[in-house]
Design a protein around this ligand. Structure first.
Ligand code: PEP
Ligand code: MG
Length: 883
């Protein structure tokens, strides 16, 4: 098996499609080389070697030595330099590159190949001793950190002291001799901390770095990132070894990152940042605040330092040509890393650029309209889940803002929350249900879990492509970066700006669209869903087969759902209406009644309220189907749980406190989820379902009479396991319907169906379909009952289950297609065999999850039902599933 693949210098042993084998970076380097773009020569060690490396106890097979030697020979041949040559040495970079990009998660070593002899050769060959010693200094520092895993603080301290001793403020003030001295110190530090001398053999250096890159695949931060992004642990990373090019060789050298379109807004304009006389990682790490790429962007920001377009016009023009070549070639917005070495442009990376949801929409719609991609491709390009970012409120422009300072608008959206200064606190407070904003001087990959837990991220340093900005955009978290006026003291947990202070817990608001940072909470408004969003949704609607409904039980939710394009209500959970303050007492009286007469008396009080609820919902959903589920939860949920509430509740219900207490104790169940709930309530107290049915049909007739447009009620019986249960409950509903129709002298169309949320119901679906006119898969309960995992207790162990690959994703979020899905498919098939054309839908949370929606398309359900804010996500996912 071949493990090493070469590229550059007219050779290309891979292509963009080889990401699984070569990783994203390696595959695209090969692709760029093959279309004639300037790529420094190099080779990629495949991801398969990563797996083998771990299989063999973190060792390399002997066969790899020869392959790597051939790879080095390839680079030597193209560059005309030799690795380890004391006169004119070849230096290489060693970088990770997984199948999908994991920004900042894994390791990189630059300037590899320097030692006490080659540094002199580099100085002589480049004619720049300062450059050579600075490169050696950087190499030791990076190697010590990444490969030897020594405390990097010690090296930074030595650098600071070297500057202080000489009265310098900038690294660039250090002379060649200063740096030579610093290198000696660094080597001593390595001996002290590592117990051995810094490796002088360039081949030892190389193997150390390759091992470190493979090792970084199993680092804690990489594991966290994979968990958050659902990246399998067995994919592994590739290693790219490539000839170094230097952006730190004076004022005609530079390094930068760029996007072919604005990743924040999607605007068709080159977008990026660069630093003159700097090396790659300086831009990404956010250590120096970089300069703009284009003049227009610089002028818009009112920034002084010249843009690349102005400072290096010829190379900029070439770069712009490369951008166009790449966009036409990849037919997507690209995210690029480049280096300019003494006026010559080199491409170090390209990949599809991460973008905000807003940018994704705009770019997809624009590219389709530019004719670069088809409409179907545009639909496929937008991640449905990312739409979530757009469907949520933004700051009300009319609200007062107490602006503290302004940074860069790094990731859009608005967020308010309590200030926290470290990732662990962010995670802890968020777990307690608090909204937090994470404040950091700059973020690093160690902060990922805190960024994820936070509602928003604010940094004092770093540009639009800093770690904080890239990660926040990827996660859909609002972020303001580089708020330079802000001084953050993480140890003292305080941030200072313009004479004011923010302490831990103080509430602030950030606006990721403008970069503003405000004290206190600022009011928000609902999003506008026109423009590109509307266009893409229209395109999606022409493609999808699945209908999309909403789970909604208030007129307001129904309105939102309809505005978002819902084509009906797939689940109206009536119990939520029972908790409203004007009826909870009647509900409790019903529960506390000792006989049917007492229950009916209480239910009679409930009836008008229920009827009003349904009337309001039917009005909003006029002309569309509304699935109303009869009462589902165990009755004790409606009784008070805290001792202090008992007296008040008893008084309101007109019973003695000990009667209430006794009844509450009677209703106690060991396992209420499997207890007296669902249709079991209807079987034991049919008058409850009867009353609900009355309310439904009366409301339907009211709306039909008033608006002329009759709703189509679909009455749904929960937690059915047997046909007999459904028969009994259907008889109750039909009787109520006939009674109402007779009384009013008018009928409406309606259906009676059942939820499929127990394995027995799925298995007996053929029989159940004899009575059931529709099925709605209640996959929340079906998951719970199929897996035997309590949906309310799963959080304690499901994380570990997902981490260990027992389930690929949380099965309550994304359908367990293999298990629960098999029951769904089987029930659909058996139901259809009995009743061809039986209406089939899904109303568990999975109805809003794109992967689950793809499955629903596959088994041919008629509709999915999602929470109102997820309706657009479901529309897009349904379209993608149909492509
Ligand atoms: C379900 O079980 O999937 C369902 C939709 O019902 P609920 O979540 O109300 O139990
Ligand atoms: Mg259920």
């Amino acid at each position: 098996e071949q493990y090493v693949y070469r590229f550059g210098g007219g050779v290309s042993e891979g292509k963009a499609g080889d990401k699984n084998r070569l990783g994203g970076k390696g595959a695209n380097l090969a692709e760029m080389a093959s279309i004639g773009l300037p790529v420094p020569p190099g080779f990629t060690i495949s991801t398969a070697m990563c797996a083998r490396y771990y299989e063999e106890g973190e060792r390399f097979p002997d066969s790899l030595r020869a392959e790597v030697a051939a790879g080095i020979a390839h680079i030597e041949g193209v560059t005309g330099r030799r690795f380890g040559d004391a006169a004119d040495p070849l230096l290489v970079s060693v970088r990770s590159g997984a199948r999908v990009s994991m920004p900042g998660m894994m390791d990189t070593v630059l300037n590899l190949g320097l030692n006490d002899a080659t540094v002199e050769g580099l100085a002589a060959a480049s004619g720049d001793a300062r450059f050579a010693w600075d490169s050696y200094r950087r190499f030791i520092q990076m190697y010590a950190d990444v490969v030897l895993e020594l405390d990097h603080g010690a090296f930074e301290e030595a650098l600071e002291i070297a500057k202080e001793d000489r009265g310098y403020t900038l690294d660039t003030e250090l002379s060649a001799d200063d740096l030579r001295g610093l290198v000696a110190e660094y080597k001593q530090l390595v001996e002290q901390l590592w117990g051995r001398a810094f490796p002088q053999d360039v081949h030892d250096q190389l193997w150390g770095a390759v091992g470190a890159v493979f090792g970084s695949w199993q680092s804690d931060r990489a594991k966290v990132y994979r968990r958050l992004n659902h990246i399998p642990g067995d994919w592994g990373t590739a290693v790219n070894v490539q000839a170094m090019v230097f952006g730190n060789m004076g004022d005609t050298s530079a390094t930068g990152v760029a996007f072919t379109r604005d990743p924040s807004t999607g605007e068709r304009a080159y977008y990026g940042e660069f630093l003159i006389n700097a090396q790659g990682e300086d831009v990404v790490a956010g250590i120096r605040t970089p300069q703009y790429l284009t003049r227009a962007a610089r002028e818009r920001a009112g920034a002084k330092p010249l843009s690349m377009e102005e400072a290096l016009p010829a190379v900029y023009a070439e770069l712009a040509r490369v951008f166009d070549t790449l966009e036409t070639h990849y037919r997507d917005m690209q995210d690029i890393e480049f280096t300019v070495q003494q006026g010559v442009l080199w491409m170090l990376q390209t990949r599809s650029g991460k973008r905000t949801a807003k940018a994704a929409l705009k770019i997809a719609v624009d590219m389709a309209e530019e004719g670069l991609i088809t409409r179907e491709e545009a639909i496929a390009r937008v991640d449905p889940s990312a739409l979530d970012q757009l469907l949520h409120p933004t700051l009300d422009p009319a609200a007062a803002r107490d602006v503290l300072t302004k940074g860069l608008p790094a990731s859009p959206g608005a967020a308010s929350g309590a200030a926290v200064f470290d990732a662990d606190t962010a995670e802890r407070w968020a777990a307690d249900g608090r909204a937090v904003i994470l404040l950091r001087t700059e973020t690093s990959p160690e902060d990922i879990h805190g960024m994820h837990a936070a509602k928003g991220i604010l940094t004092a340093r770093g540009g639009m492509t800093s770690h904080a900005a890239v990660v926040a955009r990827g996660m859909g978290r609002p972020c303001v970066s580089g708020a330079g006026a802000l001084s953050i003291d993480a140890r003292a947990k305080v941030a200072r700006v313009g004479g004011r202070e923010l302490r831990e817990g103080d509430v602030l608001t950030i606006d990721g669209a403008t970069g503003e940072v405000m004290a206190g909470e600022v009011a928000t408004i609902q999003p506008e869903l026109a423009g590109d969003f509307g266009t893409l949704m229209e395109w999606a609607d022409t493609v999808r087969r699945l209908k999309v409904r909403a789970n909604a039980e208030t007129p307001a939710d129904c309105r939102t759902a309809r505005d978002f394009g819902a084509e009906g209500v797939g689940l109206c959970r009536t119990e939520h209406m029972f908790f409203e303050s004007d009826r909870i007492t009647a509900v409790r009286q019903m529960i506390l009644a000792s006989d049917e007469r007492g229950r009916r008396a209480a239910l009679d009080k409930l009836l008008p309220a229920q009827r009003a609820d349904f009337t309001a919902i039917f009005q909003v959903m006029a002309g569309l189907p509304v699935t109303v589920r009869l009462l589902d939860p165990p009755l004790h949920e409606f009784l008070p749980h805290e001792e202090k509430e008992f007296a008040e509740v008893a008084q309101a219900a007109g019973v003695a406190v000990d009667v209430l207490r006794r009844r509450a104790a009677e209703l106690h169940e060991f396992n209420p989820m499997l207890g007296h709930r669902g249709c079991r309530l209807g079987v034991t107290y049919p008058e409850i379902y009867e009353t609900q049915a009355h309310a439904i049909f009366e409301a339907a007739l009211d709306v039909a009479e008033k608006s002329g447009e009759a709703p189509i009620p679909e009455v749904m019986i929960p937690l059915v396991a047997t046909k007999r249960e459904l028969d009994l409950m259907k008889a109750v509903v039909d009787r109520a319907a006939e009674a109402v129709f007779a009384e009013r002298g008018r009928r409406v169309e309606y259906l009676v169906g059942t939820m499929i949320e127990l394995p027995r119901a799925a298995l007996k679906a053929g029989e159940i379909a004899e009575s059931g006119e529709f099925f709605s898969f209640g996959t929340n309960d079906l998951t719970q009952t199929t897996l035997g995992v309590s949906r309310d207790d799963a959080a304690r162990f499901l994380g570990a289950y997902v981490e260990q690959g027992i389930y690929a994703r949380d099965p309550f979020v994304s359908l367990d297609v293999e298990g629960v899905g098999e029951l769904v498919a089987l029930a659909a098939e058996r139901g259809r065999a009995t009743r061809p054309g039986i209406k089939l839908g899904i109303c568990g949370e999975h109805g809003g999850d794109p992967a689950s929606i793809a499955f629903c398309e596959q088994v041919g359900l008629d509709y999915v039902s999602a929470s109102p804010y997820r309706v657009p996500i479901a529309r897009l996912a349904a379209a993608q599933a149909a492509l």
